[in-house]
Design a protein around this ligand. Structure first.
Ligand code: FES
Length: 246
């Protein structure tokens, strides 16, 4: 999925570069042609014979007419420039979140490791980071072990990042404070606090991103989505802790 996203970004950039290259080639070709035409006109003019001709009365200066071919060429170039500018702008707007470090890139969280852990503990809910579309859970505090084979490479310092998208049809899954589970409002899929499938039509647990901790800095790599654990996975053995929200 992420590979597809990366390749489409690369494809868009390649298209912009190609358009600019095409524009430059056309511009250069037009310039060379006009230079050639100018030099041909200069050669075709009658050369002075050496005998001074009687001075003719000054004729009115002729109006300069634009040839149809020049007009069409100019129109084509102008359209190309406008199209390239519009397409380039749209592509930049599309890629901007990745360029500035939003979803689809490695995101450095604004809070420190200790602060994130303390917020999770005091609020009794996962740390939510909307710009990155993920939740951070303290997997170890939930009773999970950082060395659990299915989550290898995803956990650091006990933290794990869950993609907010439901594994069923992609709705955003909020966390229910009462049950302490994630509950999808669309078709009722439910996941425990570790994002593992419990109930509803979702085919598996919530997707994840790798967490990297350096000192107090916490980074989440949203450029690569990791599939959720299969149905039947229950590493934290958490029953609902209150009534469901959905
Ligand atoms: S999208 Fe969440 S249950 Fe269908």
């Amino acid at each position: 999925m992420s590979a597809l996203a990366i390749s489409s970004s690369t494809f868009a950039v390649a298209i912009v570069v190609l358009l600019f290259a095409l524009f430059l080639i056309l511009l250069l070709g037009s310039f060379v042609r006009s230079r050639r035409a100018a030099s041909t006109r200069a050669v075709a003019q009658p050369r002075a014979s050496g005998i001074a001709a009687p001075a003719a009365p000054a004729a009115p200066k002729p109006r300069r007419l634009v040839a149809r071919r020049d007009f069409l060429r100019g129109g084509l170039l102008t359209s190309l420039v406008i199209f390239a500018a519009q397409f380039g702008g749209a592509t930049l707007a599309f890629l901007w979140p990745n360029i500035k470090g939003g979803f689809g890139s490695v995101i450095l969280l604004p809070d420190s490791l200790d602060s994130i852990k303390s917020q999770i503990a005091t609020s009794r809910q996962p740390y939510y980071f909307g710009a990155g579309r993920f939740y951070i859970i303290n997997y170890e505090a939930l009773g999970g072990t950082g060395t659990h084979s299915i989550y290898q490479g995803l956990i650091e310092d006990g933290l794990m990042a869950l993609f907010q998208k439901c594994a069923h049809l992609g709705c955003r899954v909020p966390f229910c404070q009462q049950s302490q589970w994630f509950e999808c409002p669309c078709h009722g899929s439910k996941y425990n606090e570790a994002g593992e499938y419990r109930l509803g039509p979702a085919p598996q647990g919530m997707y994840r991103f790798a967490v990297k901790v350096e000192g107090q800095s916490v980074k989440v790599d949203t450029s690569s989505v990791v599939l959720g654990p299969p149905r039947g996975t229950d590493t934290i053995r958490q029953s609902p802790e209150g009534p469901f929200c959905v």
